[in-house]
Design a protein around this ligand. Structure first.
Ligand SMILES: *Cc1c(COP(=O)(O)O)cnc(C)c1O
Length: 636
């Protein structure tokens, strides 16, 4: 619907006057709705002044002329939530002129401001202010608080002020209009009608901006797909894929919002990155603050508070790691490469030539050459096999590890493992005791033990998955959720045992690795804010809630003839089907298209249907994911 939201810089600046003037010009086009009002009823005034317009009754009206939240409190009442207000939109065939109350930052409910509602509406905003003295500052402040919202025009009510128009346009780049209001005290219906008719060209110009906004948006989806098909190469996607990529225009909580307005549940947390939810407000705030302060600095020879705070936090999460260090990079694959290079150098600096890694069948550690070498997946990486270095890939069993060490003891540098869950290899889960046993064998043989927590960090009901096994690894790789999913950042944590070997002034013995964006301040600032959130521990309750949901609901498919296995670990829920074709099964694109049609973004790993949601996911969304699983099973 082509709704418009009327927002004022403040209360009493003329939002209702503007609505009346606008509605007078377009009474057959728009209907009016003010969901919340206090004091004298603006709705009643609009009805009186524009009787031919369709004017909807407010969702709530409070007689006392103070903030809605305050009246509600005094009356022992509550204000409807953002979701409830969205759901209460009148079933109007005409687009709505939606009038807000107060200013953008006026309190709405006990834990939301009006701006949260304005954002959630996703309709363009006309920002109304008075042209009296102070107009520039009031409008610019309001624009600051409206970040992330499409303000399409600024309207100054009162005597025209060309200087204010010029200054506001200069700092906002927005079209600015002045609208005269009736002289003196003639604010009756006929004066307002006259003033509206006399300024019809201005009103039409504003409405054309609204039209253009919506027209641009509706051709946007098709256009972006067309350009995408011409210019862009997507990861893990055939260039001639039949189903075009879905154009995403916004994201919030567990939803991706598509160009056609559909809200799709991001059931895979956007490749396992999004932790709390999309655009999580504390993280957005951290990014905004940092972006205005320090964009980037070379990390060799300079340092910054964000990286230092984050590194300290990360190291504190590993007990007994006094003397450990954090090395930053950009993504999971590089975090792994760093760990591999550190391990090799660790032995080399002691005079050993230990350069063979032990890794496990069905493991996945990333797409760069080192990471591919220790993943060795024939489907993913078979084509590059001749370039991959030698590793020992063994079954994930203690006996296999003992045997492998017996064969090549003098050459083995480290064991590399995904703790508890092998992600891309099919969400395969194994007991913490197995991890502990493997670690004990490695420790007895004095091998380095590298845990790749890139997928598992914060997903298994604990911060680190290895913590379930009570082990002390030597190198820890983390990336995906490190910034809560907002920016690319990775870290390789090195135990004191590893760091000690590098404690040299000798330049030939430093660690020869670095990226242009190592420890990017913006990413570190967001990650540090994320780390502070994790210390509060609320996220653990959310993780427990999701785990309890899987425990209650996944067993329904146990014993189903098409289902091979159901399993879950922390927030990860899996239904694996009996399906021929493995990862490249033809069923996968059909499943994905059907899931999207049902409002859920899935990326099954071959026959493995899984959900790895953002922590904020609500019960209804989890229910929807299960409906999609059922539909997938039905067509399999
Ligand atoms: C995703 C993943 C990686 C690679 O991370 P990227 O950021 O995609 O390079 C490495 N290890 C594991 C366990 C992963 O799940």
């Amino acid at each position: 619907m082509r709704d418009i939201i009327i927002v004022g810089t403040d209360t009493e600046v003329g939002k209702t006057t503007f609505s009346i003037i606008y509605l007078n010009a377009f009474s057959d086009k728009y209907a009016y709705w003010k969901p919340l009002e206090t004091g004298d009823s603006d709705t009643a005034r609009v009805r009186d002044c524009v009787p031919e317009a369709c004017v909807y009754t407010p969702l709530r009206h409070f007689a006392e002329a103070v903030a809605p939240l305050l009246v509600a409190r005094r009356q022992g009442d509550t204000i409807p939530s953002v979701g409830e207000i969205l759901a209460a939109r009148p079933p109007s065939k005409q687009p709505l002129l939606i009038e807000t109350f107060g200013g953008p930052l006026s309190p709405l409910t006990e834990n939301a401001l009006q701006i949260d509602l304005i954002r959630a509406w996703r309709s363009p905003v006309i920002l109304v202010g008075s042209s009296r003295i102070g107009a520039i500052g009031r409008i610019l402040s309001a624009c600051e608080s409206l970040h992330g919202v499409s303000v399409i025009a600024v309207v100054l009510l009162g005597p025209p002020d060309p200087f204010a128009e010029e200054q506001i346009h200069r700092y906002t780049q927005l079209p600015v209009f002045s609208l005269a209001t009736p002289q003196n005290d003639h604010w009756d219906a006929s004066s307002l009608r006259r003033i509206s008719l006399s300024q019809l060209p201005v009103l039409q110009a504003i409405d054309q901006l609204v039209e253009r906004y919506y027209d641009d948006r509706s051709c946007f989806a098709a256009e972006i797909q067309e350009l995408d098909q011409r210019y862009v190469w997507h990861p893990y996607t055939p260039l001639l894929e039949a189903v075009l990529p879905a154009p995403v225009v916004a994201a919030e909580e567990e939803y991706l919002i598509l160009a056609d307005g559909r809200r799709v549940i991001d059931a895979i947390a956007s490749w396992w990155t999004i932790l709390h939810g999309h655009c999580h407000p504390p993280l957005v705030a951290a990014l905004r603050r940092a972006a205005a302060t320090l964009d980037h600095t070379v990390f060799a020879g300079t340092t910054h508070f964000y990286a230092v705070e984050l590194a300290e936090g990360l190291l504190r999460s590993v007990p007994g790691w006094n003397g450990g260090r954090v090395f930053f990079s950009d993504n999971g694959s590089t975090a792994v490469e760093v760990a591999l290079k550190m391990a090799v150098q660790y032995w080399r600096m002691q005079g050993y030539s230990k350069d063979i890694f032990i890794c496990f069948q069905n493991s996945y550690h990333g797409d760069t050459f080192g990471a591919m070498s220790i993943s060795r997946d024939p489907i993913y990486f078979g084509m590059y096999d001749s370039l991959l270095f030698e590793v020992m890939q063994i079954p994930l069993e203690v006996e296999a590890l003992v045997e492998a060490i017996r064969c090549r003891q003098d050459r083995i540098a480290a064991v590399v493992i995904e703790p508890l869950v092998q992600g891309a290899g099919g969400m395969r889960m194994y007991p913490a005791q197995t991890l502990r046993d493997l670690w004990e064998v490695a420790r007895e043989e004095n091998l380095l033990f590298i845990v790749d927590e890139v997928m598992t960090a914060c997903r298994t009901g604990r911060l680190w998955a290895f913590d379930h096994a009570g082990i002390a690894p030597d190198l820890i790789c983390t990336a995906k959720t490190l910034t809560g999913g907002m920016l690319p950042l990775a870290a390789t944590l090195a135990a004191p045992r590893v760091v000690e070997l590098f404690q040299h002034a000798d330049r030939s013995r430093m660690f020869f690795h670095g990226h242009s964006y190592t420890a990017n301040p913006l990413a570190c600032a967001v990650a540090a804010a994320n780390w502070r959130l994790l210390q509060k521990g609320d996220w653990l309750h959310q993780a427990k809630r999701i785990e309890a949901y899987w425990t209650a609901h996944l067993p329904r498919w146990r014993g189903h003839p098409k289902v091979k296995d159901v399993r879950w670990c922390g927030t990860i829920g899996v239904v694996e089907l009996n399906l021929p074709g493995g990862y490249l099964s033809e069923m996968v694109p059909r499943w994905r298209a059907m899931a999207l049609e049902m409002g859920v973004l899935l990326r099954p790993l071959g026959p493995v249907l899984y959900c790895l949601p953002p922590l904020c996911i609500r019960q209804e969304s989890l229910n929807r994911v299960l409906d999609v699983f059922q539909a997938c099973i039905d067509i399999a």
